[in-house]
Design a protein around this ligand. Structure first.
Ligand SMILES: Cc1ncc(COP(=O)(O)O)c(C=O)c1O
Length: 378
């Protein structure tokens, strides 16, 4: 333990997670650690809800789970109830969001962050091809938006560098030309205070297996603000997004609310694992989480920035998320060696080492142990 851990108001929250003390886990920005309550809940869902209640469970809480769990996610991203649906993958939700955003537009282009996480770029390319719009990759600092721009897809926090965009300013910039913005919150949901409603964000998506700790392949989320729901026409008109799914109508009439963002049968085991995983935020302030995230990353940075051959590529001002990315020519081999010493981060080609800091369970001593291991290996 360091002195910083001794005065950390979030230190007790680590106890809610099932983590080995001899492992320094700094990859919660890729796969969050399991909250202890998840294993029992999954067992209860399998044994009791599925095992004993069988199909009756669909009307005992399963059917509405995408919206109910969506409201829990909504609390962490500044969305009032009834505006977030949980389900599908982030990739699928990006497709729904972009297709809905350009539906009926007379504008000509889709703009995507040129350094985006690949799936966002691939899906944006497909949407452009399907709709006949142009796809224009642009750097966030020079978006060069015009009245030709229909929609802009951006990552709130860059997966490679950890740079955070100013969501308020960029949303305003997009709106100034009458375009729509879709924010990908994969690397910020759960660790940054986000105000989707207050900023008038058009649409947002994110995954739940990183800082939201929902587990491998946990379902993603899609935010559609209440005022936009009536005109939100997404392309995947599956039966669970129908106004009356069990009427078995021939024609598709979308649900009037957020359920229109749904597609097919929800993945209940993952959904309910996520449901209980989100309880670790009960009584936790995102402002405290953010404060600790900035301190943890600053502490780690101070310990590694002068190591030989290392270049820190994460901004050192507050425009960063909760990771520190280092560039080193031997990044892949270094990460293998770190993992061999039970210090788990990850490597992104060609030469980036990423260390993610999850303030709910990472300690300052984790930062110190990781930095010491890296220094010894170097
Ligand atoms: C910014 C971003 N978007 C999307 C994804 C992944 O999308 P999916 O949940 O469909 O695998 C990731 C995964 O790391 C990501 O970092």
């Amino acid at each position: 333990m360091t002195d910083l851990d001794a005065v950390d108001p979030l230190a007790p929250v680590r106890e809610l997670f099932d983590l080995d003390d001899d492992v320094v886990y700094l990859d919660g920005n890729s796969l969050g650690a399991p909250p202890r309550a998840v294993a029992d809940r999954v067992q209860e869902v399998v044994r009791q809800q599925w095992g004993r209640r069988l199909i009756r469970s669909w009307s005992e809480g399963w059917w509405e789970a995408p919206q109910r769990v969506g409201d829990k996610v909504g609390r962490l991203v500044g969305a009032a109830p009834g505006q977030v649906a949980v389900g599908d993958s982030t990739s699928v939700n990006i497709f729904k969001a972009l297709m809905a955003a350009v539906k009926g537009t007379d504008r000509a282009e889709i703009v995507v962050d040129a350094g985006t996480f690949p799936t966002d770029g691939y899906i944006a390319r497909s949407v452009a091809e399907l709709t006949g719009l142009e796809l224009r990759p642009a750097l966030p600092d020079s978006l060069e938006l015009t009245e030709r721009t229909a929609v802009v897809l951006l990552n709130h926090v860059d997966y490679r560098t950890g740079r955070m965009l100013d969501m308020a300013a960029v949303t305003e910039q997009v709106h100034a030309v009458g375009a729509r913005v879709v924010w990908d919150l994969c690397h910020s949901a759960g660790v940054l205070p986000i105000e989707l409603d207050a900023l008038g964000v058009d649409l947002a998506v994110g995954c739940t297996y990183k800082f939201l700790n929902g587990g491998p392949g946990a379902p993603a989320f899609l935010y559609v603000p209440a005022a936009a729901q009536a005109t939100f026409e997404q392309p995947l008109t599956g039966w669970t997004g129908h106004r009356a799914p069990f009427a078995m109508d021939e024609g598709f009439t979308p649900d009037p609310g957020i359920a229109r963002a749904r597609v097919g049968t929800p993945d209940i085991l993952s959904m309910l694992a996520l449901d209980v995983a989100l309880d670790v935020w009960d009584g936790v302030s995102l402002t405290d989480v953010r404060t600790k995230g900035l301190k943890l990353t600053a502490y780690f940075r101070s310990l590694v920035e002068d190591l030989p051959g290392v270049e820190v590529i994460t901004p050192d001002d507050e425009w960063r998320g909760h990771q520190i990315s280092l560039r080193h020519p031997d990044a892949a081999a270094l990460m293998d060696k770190l993992i061999g010493r039970n210090v788990i981060g990850d490597h992104r080609p060609p030469d980036v080492l990423r260390f993610g800091f999850a303030p709910l369970y990472n300690r300052y001593s984790d930062a110190r142990r990781a930095a010491e291991a890296l220094a010894e290996i170097l």
